[in-house]
Design a protein around this ligand. Structure first.
Ligand code: DND
Ligand code: ATP
Ligand code: GLN
Length: 732
């Protein structure tokens, strides 16, 4: 037997905070060593943080990374343990995204990333060059300061593996695993038994299985130990890196870390028998045949053994049942953990939420409640960092700390119902009950006096007073009257968030939370700069359908039972007067249902459909109940409003990135914002096709299409998309 103990980790790094990152790295090495591990793997670019973006272009960033590495190598951190550190490295004029492999205070090799992540949220080609010389290792002159400190002039640089006396180990960096020809295939044929995947990979609803499937398939038929390490938390941007560090052997998961956690450092350890890898490989004839004619990969010999012989005192890790969170749990925990990182790092004293009693703001309130529950639970589990942060943010004194999530919420969470003459008692009461359940400090205010002050000012200025449509006013008047209310709420929210702490003798300020969801953004059904404009938004890329399931789940699992009633209430903006013959409803106002919006949103973004291909796909999807001409009307209506309102996406409050259907114009869904909203060319093409089809209906099982599009993984959407359109790039 060749027993090998390995450690991988989830680290909560913060881009550009080198002290924080170095502290976490050192703690992870200590924990790995305490466990007896001889390999320690950290996340991609862990020294700088993955999300530095254009800071990677600054020489300071690269230099500081070297300084941190020097600090580690001058101490005893790497004694007896192979450590893989992620950092940017300049070689000549090119900058590479590298894993620096170190042991016994020396750098063994620098392995630059070969295949960069460059789609969706990723833009690595903007900062890094991909390493292209796969056939050789080259000599890399270490920066002066490092070479003097380490008494080491140069190191091998490039694609290759480390040949120890008893096994071979290599890096495969994040995206490289997900490429059509992954590097582990070649490496396995060259005898590499341990793969170290350092990642910077973000959370996306329902995507964990994509990632895990890749580890399993990498080792299932070719054998191997697959170590995966990832950042965990908000490292300064919209993404939540969702950990899940793990170890897989020959297709079996044997150690799995958390996906969502408030911990800064989580080390996952496993003990494996490398003979199991050799034995599997030896039993597969095709493996041996391919290995005998492999393309040779360069290696570096290190005269050192990593493994232990058979010893009953060293227990082997055995296969585990892989654990997955439900999408509802993902919505609660992902944004909940992201909010906690944001809060503790922003210097704010809490959150402020305009709570309307509707589904969206109530979802946000529940997520904050969930965050409070997680904090209390983690403190009870003995996490000193979470405790220290909670004491600081909640201004606890005399050795006190949070032990009850409602008590903690009362300190750090304000909710305010800002009613107008158009608000109903029902929503006001729902907001109050939910706030009580969560424990927030809740206020009720009426904004009517402010609205009438604005209207009087307007009347003095123009001599005119707008009327609601129901009272005989025009569309313009009707919208104007609604938008005044919506925007006053935003101004009031920011005023209260900055001044309420002062009123209550607390230092600091509160962060204003926004609660517009992805569908409203896509359709533009929101007032620009109303309460959708906030500091941050935890649900901005989650669709209404997903939020509704989350509310049902949270009513039970978070213990906020009033969410059940909130979920079933029809969504309404309550900005127009309620009369016996009229009450404003979102879906009527929008001219489409939230369910339809989810379908359009997925086709537009995930399946990259323009108007014509969306029309064709929906003819299949909805053909059972609609004629092509009816489908055409719906598609044109959607594109008209999408394009008229696209400018609103440019000022979208930064939101947690949770889904590949997100329309976030700032980082993810990059589009123009001034359109010809008549789409003359595209709509003409649709009309021509409608004429050709002339009233035909396509028989199709109507019930299944939405289910496939909104509630399953992206691939499920193929139910209405012609095969071959291609699955979206997954957030592995
Ligand atoms: N191409 C362009 N590029 C840049 N900016 C552009 C623009 N076109 C208009 N604008 C600007 O945008 C303004 C129009 O946008 P905006 O002021 O938002 O107004 P608007 O989109 O006309 O109305 C707000 C919409 O949100 C709905 N609403 C209101 C309140 C609450 C809710 C809800 O979520 O429940 C929904 C309401 O029914 C209506 O459909 C224009 O006055 C102009 O200032
Ligand atoms: N009466 C109110 N009191 C407090 N905040 C409100 C009120 N009405 C609206 N808001 C805030 O403005 C945001 C946008 O208002 P809108 O009417 O569009 O709600 P929505 O997007 O349908 O969300 P919700 O489901 O929370 O009502 C809400 O999410 C909420 O934060
Ligand atoms: N950092 C990366 O290489 C990211 C790769 C991949 N797109 C992911 O989400 O995991």
């Amino acid at each position: 037997m060749r027993l090998l103990k390995v450690a991988t980790c989830n680290l909560n790094q913060w881009s550009m905070d080198f002290d924080c990152n170095l502290k976490n790295i050192k703690e992870s090495i200590s924990k790995a060593k305490e466990s007896g591990a001889v390999i320690r793997l950290g996340p991609e670019l862990e020294i700088t943080g993955y999300g530095c973006e254009d800071h990677f272009l600054e020489l300071d960033t690269v230099n500081h990374a070297w300084e941190c590495l020097k600090d580690i190598l001058l101490g005893d951190w790497t004694d007896g343990i192979l450590c893989s550190f992620g950092m940017p490295v300049l070689k000549g004029s090119e900058r590479y995204n590298c894993q620096v492999l170190c042991m016994n205070r020396k750098i063994i090799m620098v392995r630059p990333k070969i295949w960069l992540a460059n789609d969706g949220n990723y833009r690595e080609l903007r900062w890094f060059t991909a390493w292209k010389q796969k056939d050789q290792l080259v000599d890399f002159q270490l920066p002066n300061e490092i070479s003097e400190a380490l008494s080491q002039k140069s190191v091998p640089f490039g694609y290759g593996f480390i040949q120890f006396l008893d096994t071979a180990v290599a890096a495969e960096i994040c995206e490289e695993l997900f490429t059509p020809i992954p590097v582990h295939a070649d490496l396995a044929l060259n005898g590499v038994e341990v793969f170290m995947n350092a990642s910077g990979s973000h959370h996306q609803l329902r995507k964990l299985d994509n990632r895990i499937r890749a580890f399993i398939s990498a080792t299932h038929t070719r054998g191997g130990v697959y170590m995966y390490s990832n950042q965990q938390g908000c490292d300064g941007g919209r993404l939540y890196f969702d950990g899940c560090s793990c170890v897989v052997v020959n297709g079996d998961m044997i150690a799995q870390g958390s996906q969502f956690s408030l911990k800064d450092v989580e080390v996952v350890v496993a003990q494996v028998d490398l003979d199991a890898v050799a034995s599997l490989r030896g039993s597969i004839s095709s493996f041996q045949e391919q290995a005998s004619c492999k393309t040779r990969v360069s290696s570096i010999a290190v005269p050192y053994s990593l493994c232990q012989p058979f010893n009953l005192k060293l227990p082997l890790s055995s296969p585990l049942k892989i654990s997955y969170h439900s999408p509802e749990e993902e919505i609660a925990f992902g944004p909940g953990c992201w909010l906690w990182d944001y809060l503790r790092r922003s210097g704010a004293s809490g959150f402020f939420l305009p709570l309307s009693g509707g589904a969206d703001s109530s979802s946000v309130a529940a997520i904050v409640g969930c965050m409070c529950q997680l904090v209390v639970k983690e403190i009870a589990n003995g996490d000193e960092q979470v405790k220290a942060d909670a004491i600081r943010i909640g201004h606890y004194t005399n050795g006190q700390f949070p032990t009850d999530s409602k008590e903690f919420a009362k300190r750090i969470f304000y909710t305010v119902f800002m009613g107008s003459e158009n608000s109903s008692e029902e929503t006001k009461t729902r907001a109050k009950i939910l706030a009580d359940e969560i424990g927030s400090l809740h206020l009720d205010v009426s904004i009517d006096t402010v609205v009438s002050a604005f209207l009087s000012l307007f009347q003095t200025l123009t001599g005119k007073r707008p009327r609601y449509k129901i009272d005989g006013g025009s569309n313009v008047e009707n919208l104007g009257l609604q938008n005044i209310q919506a925007r006053i709420r935003m101004v009031l929210a920011f005023m209260l968030a900055s001044l309420l702490p002062w009123v209550h003798n607390k230092p600091g300020f509160y962060l204003v939370l926004g609660s517009s969801n992805v569908d409203e953004g896509l359709r533009g059904y929101l007032t620009k700069y109303d309460c959708s404009s906030a500091d941050i938004n935890p649900i901005g890329s989650i669709c209404k359908q997903d939020l509704r399931t989350f509310l049902r789940w949270a009513a039970v699992h978070l213990g906020y039972s009033s969410l059940t009633e909130i979920e079933v209430a029809p969504p309404t903006a309550e900005l127009e007067p309620i009369r016996s013959n009229y009450s404003q409803l979102d879906e009527v106002d929008m001219g489409m249902t939230y369910e339809e919006l989810s379908v359009y949103g997925r086709l537009r973004k995930i399946f990259r459909c323009g108007p014509l291909s969306m029309f064709k796909n929906l003819c299949y999807g909805w053909g059972g109940r609609l004629t092509p001409s009816e489908v055409a009307d719906k598609v044109k209506y959607f594109f008209k409003y999408y394009s008229i309102n696209r400018h609103k996406m440019t000022v979208l409050t930064p939101s947690y990135h949770a889904e590949s259907y997100s329309p976030d114009d700032n980082r993810f869904d990059l589009r123009q914002f001034l359109y010809n909203a008549r789409w003359p060319y595209q709509f003409r093409k649709i009309d021509e096709l409608v004429n050709e089809l002339d009233g035909q209906k396509v028989p199709f099982k109507e019930s299944s299409d939405r289910e496939k599009m909104c509630s399953t993984s992206d691939g499920g959407g193929m139910g209405v998309v012609a095969a071959g359109s291609g699955n979206p790039k997954a957030g592995h």
